[in-house]
Design a binder for this molecule. Structure first.
Ligand code: PMP
Length: 285
């Protein structure tokens, strides 16, 4: 495997950053994960636009033009022979003696990109069987709209899910309002048949897959209501599913040990998934 580190393509085993990197010291950095299918990068423009937003919210300049970044991403994918898989891109505020204040303006940002192939059969199984999740109390900061590498609450929540025999965790606020998964957005089809996902103005990351799934539903003629919903409404739902770049649209069949509806994946999630790749932007490697 080959990784990109600050202008160089290195064997994965040699790809390293300095111990005084601000990503390592302070989680002072942002990232993106993009899905690759059949040799096509999915929704690259939207991911790079969100990256620009994350950088600007942390008051970091773009390290290179979008065209240059796209060239490097393609090169990493090519060198790793990825046709189905993903790339991971991370940008931190660079290397500087540990001090909370921003380093001097001329400190170069650290840019790293890795890529890997994934086994499509793992996702096929999740689509067929659905996954189990647990709910966990929200304990993150209130800028989760920025895609920063500070993911400790998400890590702890996912591990808790794993130890409970589940595959993912859903953050719930103190009023019982469902926020998002540890690395995904949450959708429900209510007992009345209403397709709902919560607004993305605050409290969650505005998932790129969520945005494209909204385009998909429009194309399919499905009405989506963007509103808050609580845990009890989710537990009584006909269907619950998650969207994320790597999972696209994954049905949930059990929450906190209780089945969702009849305990089988529903039809809305499969309809969105089936039309997703046609609607999404595709950029050839
Ligand atoms: N919420 C969180 C907290 C995430 O980490 C992710 C995955 N990056 C998402 C939502 C889904 O976003 P996307 O569809 O862009 O992958």
């Amino acid at each position: 495997r080959i990784a990109y580190v600050n202008g160089r393509y290195l064997p994965h085993s040699d790809a390293a950053v300095h111990i005084e990197d601000r990503g390592f010291q302070f989680a002072d950095g942002v990232y993106e994960v993009c899905e690759v299918r059949q040799g096509m990068i999915v929704d690259l423009t939207r991911h790079l636009t969100r990256l620009d937003r994350s950088l600007s919210e942390l008051r970091m300049a773009s390290p290179m033009s979008r065209a240059a970044l796209t060239t490097v991403i393609r090169e990493v994918l090519r060198r790793n022979r990825v046709r189905n898989g993903l790339f991971y891109l991370q940008i931190t505020r660079g290397v500087a003696r540990r001090d909370h204040y921003f380093p001097s303006q001329d400190t170069p940002l650290t840019v790293t990109i890795t890529a890997k192939s994934t086994d499509p059969s793992i996702m096929t199984r999740k689509y067929a069987n659905g996954i189990k999740v647990i709910t966990v109390p929200e304990n993150r900061w209130d800028r989760v709209d920025i895609k920063t590498v500070g993911l400790l609450p998400n890590v702890l929540a996912k591990q808790q899910a794993k130890e409970a025999g589940a595959q993912d965790a859903i953050f719930v606020d103190r009023n019982g309002i469902v926020l998002e998964g540890a690395s995904s957005n949450v959708w429900i089809v209510t007992a009345d048949g209403e397709l709902v996902t919560r607004p993305a103005e605050y409290g969650i990351l505005r998932g790129i897959t969520r945005t494209t799934a909204l385009d998909v539903t429009a194309k399919l003629g499905l009405t989506v209501v963007e509103r808050d919903f609580k845990v009890d409404e989710m537990m009584a739902a006909r269907e619950v599913f998650l969207t994320s770049a790597t999972g696209i649209c994954v049905p949930i069949v059990e929450i906190d040990g209780k089945p969702v509806a009849n305990g089988h994946p529903g039809t809305a999630s499969s309809a969105i998934r089936d039309a997703f790749f046609d609607v999404a932007e595709k950029t050839a490697i």
